[in-house]
Design a binder for this molecule. Structure first.
Ligand code: MG
Ligand code: MG
Length: 250
């Protein structure tokens, strides 16, 4: 069932989204060669708790950490560990924040220092693909329009679109209906004002194909080439959308 949020719920979700944004800022300024992904996880964990919120992912379906950190050929759900960040790494940070029972979900990808033109293009174009997808959002639009935009943009830029994982509704659970795929489907569900969804393209420099690591969490590209991930939680409005996981003060 797709939920329509009340004004009170939207206010709480704006706050959850703003803490999420601030947590991303805090993690981003600590990403440098030599820091471990576990240390970045702990920075996020403490920061979220200090803002009277909770990390949505900790314990979600048994997930063992507070945020997801996926490096290079890891697409999503990388578990923070003693792995050290290196110069040239592509680091995707995915953060969920719950405030007073309401969630927010957002991801960013960073290049540590310098990378090849190709890898820079991957990260830049995955971010652009997110905004392409967001651009069609308003009351009455079919959800499949979002995926069509993202897929068209990715294809034009020779990037593989991961299909096994999709965007989703957000609310009292971090994953709610509806699914929001990053590719065209025949689903004719329409967006409605008051819906809150997470749009999250995962694009690969090579083919779209992925596999699950033996830890049963980490998703990797089959060809070993890097992947990027950008995500915002947005509120659907009559004329457009509002990004809840941006820098708007709630
Ligand atoms: Mg996420
Ligand atoms: Mg998500």
């Amino acid at each position: 069932m797709i939920s329509i949020k009340s004004n009170r719920e939207i206010e709480l979700m704006k706050h959850a989204g703003y803490i999420n944004y601030l947590t991303h800022q805090e993690v981003a300024k600590n990403i440098h060669p030599g820091i471990t992904t576990k240390e970045l996880n702990n920075i996020a964990h403490k920061f979220i708790l200090a803002h009277d919120a909770e990390p949505s992912f900790l314990g979600f379906e048994g997930y063992p950490a507070s945020i997801c950190i996926s490096v290079n050929d890891e697409v999503v759900h990388g578990i923070p560990s003693r792995r050290k960040i290196k110069e040239g790494d592509v680091v995707s940070i995915d953060i969920g924040v719950m405030y007073k029972g309401y969630h927010s979900d957002s991801a960013n990808t960073y290049i540590v220092g310098h990378a090849s033109k190709e890898v820079e293009g991957l990260v830049e174009n995955t971010k652009k693909a997110l905004y392409e997808g967001l651009s069609v959002i308003k009351d009455g639009v079919k959800i499949n329009e979002i995926g069509k935009k993202i897929e068209d943009y990715a294809t034009k830029n020779n990037l593989g679109v991961v299909r096994e994982l999709v965007g989703h509704g957000v609310g009292t659970s971090v994953h709610e209906d509806p699914d929001v795929p990053n590719y065209y489907t025949k689903d004719c569900t329409r967006l409605k004002s008051g819906m809150v969804i997470a749009v999250e393209p995962m694009l690969n420099l090579g083919s779209r194909h992925i596999y699950m690591e033996t830890d049963d969490w980490t998703i990797k590209t089959e060809d070993g080439l890097p992947s990027a991930h950008f995500e915002h939680t947005v509120l659907v409005t009559k004329d457009g959308y509002v990004i809840l996981t941006g820098d708007e003060v709630a």
